[in-house]
Design a binder for this molecule. Structure first.
Ligand code: FAD
Length: 433
C-alpha cells in the first residue's frame, strides 16, 4: 500500500474513493469487484484507524438485530433513509461477509457481534485484504484538499498538488469525532462549496459531564442493569435506554449515558450559537428496572418487619455500593446515609422509592468531539439518494459513512450504517459507469 509523493500522484481512474475507513474500504472493494478501476486515497499512514480503535480494540462490527429494528435506532429520518441500505446489506449479511473473509464472529450481550478473536485488527486486515484482492489501488498519506467537477467527471486534489481524475467519486472521509484518528471534518467544506445543505456537526456517543460533586464522587461505580432516561429542563423524557452506566470523574459514561449525548450536544451547540447558557438536562436512572414502584415499596415494608432491622443497602435486589446508597439517601432526604428499613416513615419510604426509580444525575455538557465515538450532523440526508448514495444535483458524486447526517446508538450500529451505505455507493458507481 504505497504512499506516493504528491508530485508523483497523477492518476486516472473510474472511481476515486476518499477516505479509507470502514465505509471507504467497503465501497472500494464493492466497486472494484464489479470491474471498476478504483483508487482509494487515505490521509493518514494506514487504513481503518477507527476500526482498530473500535469497541475497546475488539470491534463491535455489527448487531444481531434484524435490518428493520437496526434502522429504527437511527430516529425517524435516519430510519427512512437507511431502509434501502439495511435491506440490501442487513446486519447478518455483514457478519456473513466477514466470515467469508476469514473472520470468525460471535454474539455478545446487548445484541453485539464481535470477531471471535476479540481483535479489531482482524476486521481491519480482512477489509484490507478484500480491497487488495479486488484490485483497488490504495494510496496512503494522500490527504485530499478539495475536489472539483470537470467536463468528464471529477478532479480530486491532494494537499501537495497531486490529483486523481475519475468519472465517479465516493466521499467517505468520516466526521470529526476522535480527530486524533485523522477525521477532522475535511469533507464538510468541499460539500458546502458545492452548495449542499449541511447539518451542524455535533459530537455523539460521548460521555456526559456533571459538575455535581455528589455524582463525580461516585467515580468507578458501574451499574449493569439500569434504565437511563434523559430529561430536559421541563422534565420531558427525550429518550430511554436499558444499558450500563459508569460514573466517572467527569460525570457519566457507558452506553446508557453516551447513547443520549446527541441531545445534550445539540443544545450545547445551539446555546453557543445563540450566546446563551445551555438548558439543563438530567439523567434519571431507574436503579431497579425489573421492579415497579409498588414492588419496591413492598420490599422495603417487608424488610422493615424483618428481625435484625436490615439497612436499606442490604434489602434491595441490586448490589448497590455504599457510596451510591449514601447519595440515594441524600437525594431522598433521609436522615442517615444508609438507614434501616424499619426507621423510615411513610413519606420517607415514598421518597426513597422515587429516587430508586429515578436517581437524578444533573448533566451540563459532553466531553466533546475529542471523546465522541461518532459525529451527528454532516451532509443533510435530503441531499442524498437513499437507494444509491448519489449526491443529488452532482452527477458522479456519492457519499457514505459518517459524513452523512446519521448517528446510531452504541452496539455495532454505526459500522452497520457505514458498511450498508458503502455497499449501495459501491454498487451504484459500478452500475453508473
Ligand atoms: C473509540 C471509538 C470506538 C468505536 N467503536 C465502535 C464499535 O465498536 N462499533 C461501531 O459500530 N462503531 C464504533 N465506532 C464508530 C465507528 O468507528 C464509525 O461509525 C465508523 O468508523 C465510520 O466509518 P467511516 O468510514 O464513515 O469513517 P472513518 O472510519 O472515520 O474513516 C474516515 C477515513 O477518512 C480519512 N480521511 C479524513 N479526511 C481525509 C482527507 N482529507 N483525505 C483523505 N482521507 C481522509 C480518515 O483518515 C479515515 O481513515 C467507534 C468510534 C470510536 C472513535
Amino acid at each position: 500500500m504505497p504512499a506516493l509523493s504528491d508530485e508523483q500522484l497523477r492518476v486516472t481512474a473510474d472511481v476515486c474513493v476518499v477516505g479509507a475507513g470502514a465505509a471507504g474500504l467497503w465501497a472500494a472493494q464493492v466497486a472494484a469487484a464489479a470491474g471498476c478501476r478504483v483508487v482509494l486515497l487515505e490521509k493518514t499512514r494506514r487504513t481503518g484507524t477507527k476500526v482498530l480503535a473500535s469497541g475497546g480494540t475488539k470491534c463491535n462490527l455489527t448487531t444481531t438485530l434484524g435490518w428493520q429494528d437496526a434502522a429504527a435506532l437511527f430516529g425517524t429520518r435516519g430510519e427512512r433513509f437507511l431502509r434501502r441500505a439495511f435491506r440490501t446489506l442487513p446486519p447478518d449479511a455483514v457478519r456473513d461477509r466477514f466470515e467469508e473473509w476469514g473472520v470468525r464472529t460471535e454474539v455478545a450481550p446487548l445484541e453485539k457481534i464481535f470477531p471471535s478473536s476479540g481483535k479489531a485488527v482482524h476486521v481491519r486486515d480482512a477489509l484490507e485484504r478484500a480491497v487488495d484482492h479486488a484490485g483497488v489501488r490504495t494510496i496512503t498519506e494522500a490527504p485530499v484538499a478539495d475536489l472539483e467537477r470537470t467536463s468528464d467527471g471529477w478532479r480530486v486534489m491532494t494537499m501537495g498538488g497531486g490529483e486523481v481524475r475519475a468519472s465517479r467519486v465516493v466521499l467517505s472521509p468520516g466526521g470529526m469525532s476522535y480527530p486524533s484518528t485523522g477525521t477532522t471534518g475535511d469533507g464538510y467544506p468541499w460539500l458546502e462549496a458545492l452548495g449542499c445543505e449541511m447539518v451542524e456537526p455535533v459530537p455523539a456517543l460521548v460521555p456526559l459531564t456533571s459538575s455535581d460533586t455528589s455524582i463525580t464522587d461516585l467515580t468507578g461505580i458501574a451499574l449493569q442493569e439500569v434504565v437511563a432516561r434523559l430529561l430536559d429542563d421541563r422534565g420531558k423524557t427525550l429518550g430511554a435506554r436499558e444499558r450500563p452506566v459508569l460514573f466517572t470523574h467527569h460525570g457519566v459514561s457507558g452506553p446508557g449515558a453516551m447513547d443520549h449525548s446527541v441531545h445534550v450536544a445539540r443544545e450545547v451547540a445551539s446555546a453557543r450559537r445563540e450566546g446563551r447558557a445551555p438548558r439543563a438536562f438530567r439523567l434519571s436512572l431507574d436503579l431497579l428496572p425489573n421492579l415497579d414502584r409498588d414492588e419496591v415499596r413492598a420490599l422495603l415494608i417487608d424488610a422493615a418487619g424483618r428481625p435484625g432491622a436490615p439497612r436499606i443497602g442490604r434489602v434491595l435486589p441490586a448490589e448497590l455500593p455504599k457510596r451510591l446508597v449514601a447519595v440515594i439517601s441524600a437525594q431522598a432526604g433521609l436522615p442517615e446515609t444508609d438507614p434501616r428499613a424499619g426507621e423510615l416513615n411513610k413519606s420517607q419510604r415514598h421518597a426513597l422509592v422515587e429516587v430508586l426509580k429515578g436517581f437524578s444525575v444533573p448533566i451540563d455538557g459532553t466531553l466533546g468531539f475529542d471523546k465522541a465515538e461518532v459525529t451527528a450532523g454532516g451532509l443533510a440526508l435530503r441531499e442524498v439518494d437513499p437507494g444509491t448514495m448519489a449526491v443529488k444535483r452532482h452527477p458522479g458524486l456519492y457519499a457514505c459513512g459518517e459524513i452523512l447526517d446519521l448517528a446510531g446508538p452504541i452496539g455495532g450500529l454505526n459500522f452497520q450504517s457505514a458498511f450498508a451505505t458503502a455497499e449501495l455507493a459501491g454498487r451504484a458507481v459500478a452500475e453508473n459507469g
